[in-house]
Design a protein around this ligand. Structure first.
Ligand SMILES: N[C@@H](CCC(=O)N[C@@H](CS)C(=O)NCC(=O)O)C(=O)O
Length: 367
C-alpha cells in the first residue's frame, strides 16, 4: 500500500477533470500520492502498453502496476485501504451515491468542456496550459500547439459532441439549474449526503474542481450565483475522513430528489439513446433531452458499460432494499429508463479487467 515514502503516482494534468477527481479522493482518504504531468507522446505510448488506452489519469502503484478509470480505481482503493471510506453502508445511500457519481462523470463532462473551450477566455487559458504542460515536449511553436489543442477539444468534445449553436442556451441553463440545486443543498449542509463526504461529492469534484471552479467564465458565475458551491469545492479538498467526525444522514435528504428527477429526465434517456446508437453501429446520433437539441453527439461504448453497471448495482441489493429503492427511482422517473432496453450492446467481457486494463475510452476522440 502507498506510504509517504512510496506514494502512488498520479499521472495527469493539473487541469484535468478526472485527475482532479482522483486527487480529491486521495486527499479525502489520506492516500499519499504524487501528481506527475504526462508528456506527450512518450507517456501515451507507455500508458497504452500498460493499460490498453490513453486517458487521464493513470495511477502507478508502488509495486509497478498501472491502473485506469477513476470509478473502478476508487472502488479498488476502497477495498484495499483500511479505514472509513466514501461509500455509505446504507444500501439506498450507497446506490444513490453511485448514481450521482456516474451522472457527474458522464453527463457533466460535456457542459464542463463547453465552458472551457467555447469561450475564448477559457480556451486561451486552457490551451496555453496544456500546450506547455502536456505538449511541452513537441517540437512546435506554442501558438501552433495551442491552435491544435483548441481545434481538437472543440471538434472532439463540444461542437463535435452535439453542442451546436442552438444547444448552447439550453446547456448553460442546465448548469444554472444544477448550481441552484447545489447552492440550496450546500447553504445548509456541508456535503451531498450529510456532514461527511461520500462518493457523490468525489464524483462532483470532477466537473467542479478543475473546471467550473477554475475556468474563468464558470468561476465568475460560481462567485456571483453559487458561493456555497464554491465553498464546498474548497471544503471537500480540505477534508480528511480520518479526522472527520460528521456522519451521513440516516435517510436520503429530500433535496437530493430534484437531482434524481433530472437524471430520470435527461441522463438515463441519454444513456439509452447512446446504447441504441452503439447497437446500430452509429458513430454519432441526434437527440433532444430536456428540451435541448444535441446534433451529432458521439456514441460511447464505455457509457453502455456505465448503464450496465448501474443495473448491476441494483441487482446486487437484497429484495427489501430493491423494493425501497424501486419506489424512490419510480418517484423520480429513473426506473423506466434504467430498464428501458431489454439488452445492452456490451462487447464480450467488456471492461472486466478494469482497473488494470480498459477496453474503451469514454469517447473515442482521435489523439
Ligand atoms: N472513465 C475515465 C475517463 C477519463 C477521461 O476521459 N479523461 C479525459 C481527461 S480528464 C481524457 O483523458 N480524455 C482522453 C482524450 O482526450 O483523449 C475515468 O473515470 O478516469
Amino acid at each position: 500500500m502507498p506510504t509517504d515514502s512510496a506514494p502512488v503516482v498520479l499521472h495527469g494534468s493539473n487541469i484535468s477533470y478526472f485527475t482532479g477527481k482522483m486527487e480529491n479522493y486521495f486527499r479525502v482518504r489520506s492516500i499519499p500520492y504524487q501528481l506527475q504531468s504526462p508528456t506527450y507522446p512518450a507517456h501515451r505510448d507507455r500508458m497504452v502498453k500498460k493499460v490498453g488506452v490513453h486517458q487521464m489519469p493513470a495511477v502507478e502503484l508502488p509495486d509497478g502496476r498501472w491502473m485506469t478509470d477513476s470509478t473502478v480505481m476508487i472502488q479498488w482503493f476502497e477495498k484495499e485501504v483500511p479505514g472509513s471510506g466514501v461509500i455509505p453502508d446504507d444500501p439506498v445511500l450507497r446506490f444513490v451515491s453511485l448514481l450521482l457519481e456516474d451522472w457527474a462523470d458522464e453527463w457533466w463532462w460535456r457542459p464542463a468542456m463547453h465552458y472551457r473551450w467555447h469561450y475564448p477566455e477559457g480556451a486561451r487559458f486552457a490551451s496555453f496550459h496544456l500546450a506547455t504542460e502536456v505538449l511541452g515536449g513537441l517540437p512546435l511553436p506554442v501558438w501552433a500547439k495551442r491552435r491544435m489543442m483548441v481545434h481538437r477539444q472543440r471538434s472532439g468534445y463540444t461542437e463535435g459532441d452535439g453542442i451546436r449553436p442552438e444547444s448552447v442556451a439550453g446547456v448553460e441553463a442546465g448548469v444554472m439549474r444544477l448550481l441552484g440545486q447545489l447552492e440550496g443543498i450546500f447553504s445548509h449542509r456541508p456535503f451531498l449526503l450529510g456532514d461527511r463526504p461520500s462518493l457523490a461529492d468525489i464524483g462532483f469534484s470532477g466537473p467542479f474542481f478543475r473546471h467550473f471552479a477554475l475556468d474563468p467564465v464558470p468561476l465568475e458565475i460560481l462567485r456571483q450565483k453559487a458561493p456555497s458551491v464554491l465553498e464546498w469545492v474548497a471544503r471537500l479538498w480540505n477534508t480528511r475522513l480520518e479526522s472527520c467526525s460528521g456522519q451521513w444522514n440516516t435517510q436520503l435528504p429530500d433535496d437530493i430528489g430534484p437531482l434524481l428527477s433530472d437524471i430520470g429526465r435527461a441522463y438515463l434517456p441519454y444513456l439509452c439513446a447512446n446504447a441504441e446508437a452503439v447497437a446500430a453501429d452509429k458513430q454519432r446520433f441526434d437527440i433532444e433531452l430536456g428540451g435541448v437539441p444535441y446534433q451529432g453527439a458521439r456514441t460511447s461504448r464505455y457509457r453502455v458499460w456505465c448503464l450496465a453497471q448501474l443495473r448491476e448495482h441494483y441487482r446486487k441489493l437484497d429484495e427489501a432494499d430493491q423494493s425501497t429503492l424501486k419506489v424512490l427511482l419510480e418517484q423520480h422517473g429513473c426506473w423506466e429508463p434504467l430498464w428501458r432496453l431489454a439488452t445492452l450492446p456490451l462487447s464480450p467481457a467488456q471492461e472486466n479487467q478494469l482497473p488494470f486494463r480498459a477496453d474503451a475510452k469514454m469517447l473515442a476522440v482521435n489523439e
